[in-house]
Design a protein around this ligand. Sequence first.
Ligand code: DGL
Length: 264
Amino acid sequence: MDARPIGVFDSGVGGLTVMRSLIDLLPGESFVYFGDTARTPYGPKPAGDVVKFTIEIAELLSARDVKVMVDACNTSTAVALDTLVERCEIPVIGVIEPGIRAARRATRSGRVGVVGTVGTIDSGAYERIAADIAPELELVSAACPGFVEFVEAGDTDSHQVHVLATRLLAPLITADVDTLVLGCTHYPLLARTIGDVMGPHVVLVSSADETAFAVRDLLDAEQRAPVGHVPTHDFLTSGSTDRFAELGARFLGPEVASVQGWQW
Ligand code: DGL
């Protein structure tokens, strides 16, 4: 039995969508969440910067004695997961492989769309990992710059966001995908708009639940927190604690009770 917390991180608040699934599936576990809101967004940044930031966050969470680390950020997983796995002594789980596994289960035609930030899509990580674990899938991907900003502004279904989604998702409709991976922490909050644009025959897949299953499978019975352990949920942000608490309540819910600031 191991009562140490699970570490979860993201470029900001978006990873709280993954944290929601983790808390729901593993309610007896303690969590430490780090959101790098001072340096968000990672999506448009050079890969080298994102790798450096990711390593810094991993060091911070390791110092808090976490037993597993979850890289909840698609952009970071895309460009930094391999480096992280090499450097960390504890297991690290990213969000891309779980997303591909979920898509593989959902698709009937094998034609799967992937949407993500510019950094995620340009890295080719989805194609690389799919070639490894699901080579029968035919992936068609599209970067969706602007989606993250709309979500953070609290706008998930206005006319403007619809117009943007219609333009950005057009190549995926043309490609006739039957499944779409929401390959960014923020996109599950746009599921209604994305679903309207893609049409009812396209299954939307988010990696949050599948990532939580991967963490549960990794924590064998001996690594689970003991029965009777009172779980704690700690939140750290490199940016404004007030803004994190406000957005966090929307992304996660009432668990975002108190937020601590972190200075790089
Ligand atoms: N967390 C990022 C991701 O999942 C989205 C926000 C950002 O660009 O930092 O790719």
